[in-house]
Design a protein around this ligand. Structure first.
Ligand code: HEC
Ligand code: HEC
Ligand code: HEC
Ligand code: HEC
Ligand code: HEC
Ligand code: HEC
Length: 158
């Protein structure tokens, strides 16, 4: 009985696991998986894709500039704060300059924790002003940069 329930819950992922075992495995470490989101939420049922062994595109694959709207369908507060930020405006413009979208910081399948996020910041922000090396007034953020910068608005904390 328990096995049957588990099998039912994992049905959606099974549609993809035969070819994307690694993605399915990564996904089990995300709160999305615990909250019963499936691959389908972001990629559609992708029936043609599955039957054509990948030679037809999945129903949906968000481009970098489309990621905020995709994540923001459920995370409305985060999207609102992010969209008005410098990152948000640059990503929305979809031009040559790249800035962080939700997925660059958080990861899309496996979640990215603080240290991994900070490595993402460093990819684009190699040179930081002296002010970033000062001692933050509060160290309660998991991400060092977030002690001073709100990670979504990028504005000053407090
Ligand atoms: C029978 C094998 C098979 C199944 C089943 C399958 N895929 Fe794929 N998928 C592929 C192949 C092959 C590729 C191309 C891989 C590559 O380009 O490296 C691919 C690529 C993708 C991509 C990237 C497409 C792009 O344009 O970047 C996504 C997203 C994807 N699959 C999602 C899914 C989802 C979601 C499911 C389940 C609903 C699924 N796939 C089921 C074989 C499969
Ligand atoms: C919350 C949304 C979301 C969910 C849920 C999700 N994906 Fe994705 N996926 C994305 C986004 C956004 C991209 C494109 C960005 C990128 O390439 O990293 C992507 C890219 C992919 C790719 C192609 C790029 C790569 O990493 O190889 C594959 C394959 C894929 N997803 C498979 C899956 C499978 C299988 C599941 C279910 C276990 C799944 N995805 C669940 C958002 C999601
Ligand atoms: C269909 C709705 C939906 C979509 C689309 C969605 N999420 Fe979520 N997300 C959830 C739910 C539900 C949870 C679990 C909430 C909880 O456990 O508090 C969650 C949890 C999270 C968390 C963990 C939050 C925490 O408090 O630890 C992060 C980070 C996150 N999502 C980022 C994203 C990103 C990035 C995307 C786009 C690639 C995305 N989400 C797309 C519904 C969604
Ligand atoms: C520049 C990196 C960055 C970007 C871009 C980003 N986030 Fe975050 N986000 C963070 C950090 C850092 C936290 C705090 C998490 C922590 O302390 O572990 C956070 C927290 C969250 C949380 C947890 C609840 C909350 O609001 O504190 C959710 C959900 C979330 N982000 C979703 C999103 C979504 C959706 C987008 C895109 C619209 C996005 N984030 C863009 C870095 C980012
Ligand atoms: C993919 C590249 C990329 C990543 C990853 C990235 N950023 Fe940015 N960020 C940018 C760009 C581009 C700008 C705009 C720079 C400018 O206007 O000179 C920017 C601007 C900023 C600003 C200034 C905002 C303002 O209003 O002036 C802050 C603060 C910032 N980023 C913090 C972060 C933090 C913290 C992280 C990691 C959690 C991060 N960024 C990750 C590309 C990125
Ligand atoms: C002790 C607080 C503090 C910490 C921690 C901090 N910053 Fe800053 N940061 C500031 C202040 C204050 C400014 C604005 C003043 C300035 O430009 O000199 C700033 C400005 C920036 C800018 C804009 C630079 C420009 O040239 O306009 C970026 C990008 C940035 N920070 C990224 C980061 C990243 C990434 C981290 C984590 C590795 C980080 N900061 C950590 C306080 C901090």
């Amino acid at each position: 009985m328990i096995l049957w329930l588990l099998a039912a819950a994992l049905w959606a992922q099974e549609q993809c696991a035969s070819c994307h075992a690694e993605h399915v495995e990564d996904f089990t470490s995300h709160k999305h998986s615990a909250a019963k989101l499936s691959c389908e939420v972001c990629h559609g049922a992708s029936e043609k894709h599955r039957k054509a062994v990948g030679s037809a595109s999945p129903d949906k694959v968000a481009a970098p500039s489309e990621v905020p709207a995709l994540c923001g369908t459920c995370h409305t507060d985060a999207l609102k704060a992010y969209a008005a930020s410098k990152h948000g405006r640059i990503v929305a413009a979809a031009g040559k300059t790249k800035a962080a979208n939700c997925g660059n910081c958080h990861g899309v399948h496996a979640p990215r924790w603080a240290a991994a996020m900070e490595r993402q910041c460093a990819r684009c922000h190699a040179q930081l002003p002296e002010s970033c090396k000062a001692k933050p007034s509060s160290l309660n953020a998991r991400l060092a940069c977030a002690s001073c910068h709100d990670p979504h608005t990028l504005g000053k904390k407090q």
